[in-house]
Design a protein around this ligand. Structure first.
Ligand code: CA
Length: 423
């Protein structure tokens, strides 16, 4: 497990002045990795976000390639050495400042890419309040199915329609069937929803047949992103039995551009907070370290800006606030251990979605399905507009932020996209 070292010192500042602003997501203590392109060069480059800039790692002489899926395979100790080098070079007073300055680009002037090439995508369901609230809509007396407290529930998704923050997408079409209709019809989804999730990016692969023990699982995790797993609830309700979600989930998912590393998150690790009354996990999913500090204390916000708000110059409105550690019944390490216990091979660049990270209260819900109780209680925005599900022109933004006394706060950058009309 990553530990706290001099790169987390809250007294550290950077010669990149914007990194010293109190509200920046990217102070010198964060140093998240992503890919970007500059005008007139079609090649993706590997960068580290610092304030409102991005440092080109190859240009700065820190690496000799531009392959993020290679970089994320680094052994944890090599990864930490690279972090220490970047931290030292960006720190106030560094001798590198003059040489590295010309390898800085304004984030607003570059094109962000997906942070690495995503190989396979698995979506989990670790938000117990979400699972309970959604289960209640279908089974009021028995919301959680019996396997939930034993198995980190998940399904295999599709990587082809994952997009980086800022890319908009068209409302999906599909089969929907009204409860009283004899047959389904094909049409645009009328119950389009968001899902507030984290994305966990796998760095080091395992060989097929070889399970990753829980105690080693975090060595295989490179970083964490924000993740909006857009969902078409009407398509989902008709198609999901017996094999689970399919076209209701694979038309678009939005990922933030920066992978916040497990090293950067070291000060913000916290105990796994399971609600009382659940059995201990099976031994392969249980260690003392995982109980003590396996969870991540990340504050999460969902913001909505409708087209009318945008036209009137009204900023996005927070519609939900939650916390990853409060929401999660399983830790990222448990997901890795469980995913490989049968011998399944993970690749560098695999993405795990956490599942919707809702708190127990309605104002902490990570989806409109929960906020509106299945569409029955619309939410009202400050300008008087109401929403049961998303309308064309709605823009959803996710934000993530870590804060702890004695440490510099860090954030995750932007994760947003706008719903365009169905094609
Ligand atoms: Ca999901």
């Amino acid at each position: 497990m990553s530990s706290i070292d001099h790169t987390h010192d809250p007294a550290l500042t950077s010669w990149v002045e914007s990194a010293n602003a109190p509200d920046t997501d990217f102070p010198v203590q964060n140093l998240p990795f992503g890919r970007f392109r500059v005008e007139d060069d079609p090649e993706w480059r590997i960068g580290v976000a610092i304030g409102d800039q991005v440092l080109d790692l190859r240009g700065a002489g820190l690496i000799n390639h531009s392959d993020m899926n290679r970089l994320i395979r680094l052994k944890p100790e090599t990864r930490r050495e690279l972090r220490a080098q970047i931290s030292a070079g960006l720190a106030t007073g560094s001798a590198q400042a003059g040489r590295w300055e010309r390898h800085l680009h304004a984030q607003s002037a570059v094109e962000p890419g997906l942070p690495c090439e995503i190989r396979d995508y698995t979506d989990f369901y670790i938000g117990i309040h979400h699972a309970t609230a959604v289960g209640k809509l279908f089974r009021p007396d028995n919301p959680l199915l019996p396997n939930y407290e034993w198995v980190p529930i998940g399904y295999h998704g599709r990587a082809s329609t994952l997009q980086v923050s800022g890319r908009d997408f068209h409302r999906p079409k599909g089969q929907v069937k009204a409860a009283d209709a004899a047959a389904p019809v094909l049409g645009p989804s009328q119950r389009l929803d968001l899902e507030l999730e984290l994305g966990f990016v796998i760095g080091r692969p395992n060989a097929m047949g070889h399970a990753i023990p829980l105690a080693e699982a975090e060595d295989h995790l490179f970083g964490v992103t924000l993740f909006n797993d857009w969902s078409a609830r009407d398509l989902q309700a008709w198609e999901y039995q017996p094999l689970g979600p399919f076209l209701s989930k694979n038309f678009a998912s939005t990922l933030s551009a920066w992978m916040v590393t497990l090293d950067a998150l070291a000060p913000f690790r916290t105990a796994l907070r399971r609600p009382a009354g659940h059995p201990d996990p099976l031994p392969y999913l249980d260690t003392e370290a995982n109980r003590r500090s396996g969870a991540m204390d990340i504050d999460l916000d969902v913001l909505l800006q409708t087209r009318a708000m945008r036209d009137a110059g009204v900023p996005p409105e927070v519609i939900s606030r939650s916390n990853a550690a409060e929401a999660a019944f399983w830790t990222p390490a448990q997901l890795v251990a469980h995913h490989t216990v049968n011998g399944c091979a993970l690749s560098a660049g695999d993405l795990f979605g956490s599942g919707t990270l809702s708190g127990p209260l309605r104002e902490q819900a990570g989806s409109l399905l929960e906020m509106t109780e299945g569409g029955k209680r619309a939410i009202t925005l400050a300008n008087g507009e109401t929403r049961s599900f998303l309308q064309d022109g709605d823009r959803i933004q996710l934000r993530g932020r870590c804060a702890r006394d004695g440490f510099r706060s860090i954030g995750f950058g932007d994760c947003s996209a706008t719903v365009l009309p169905a094609l």
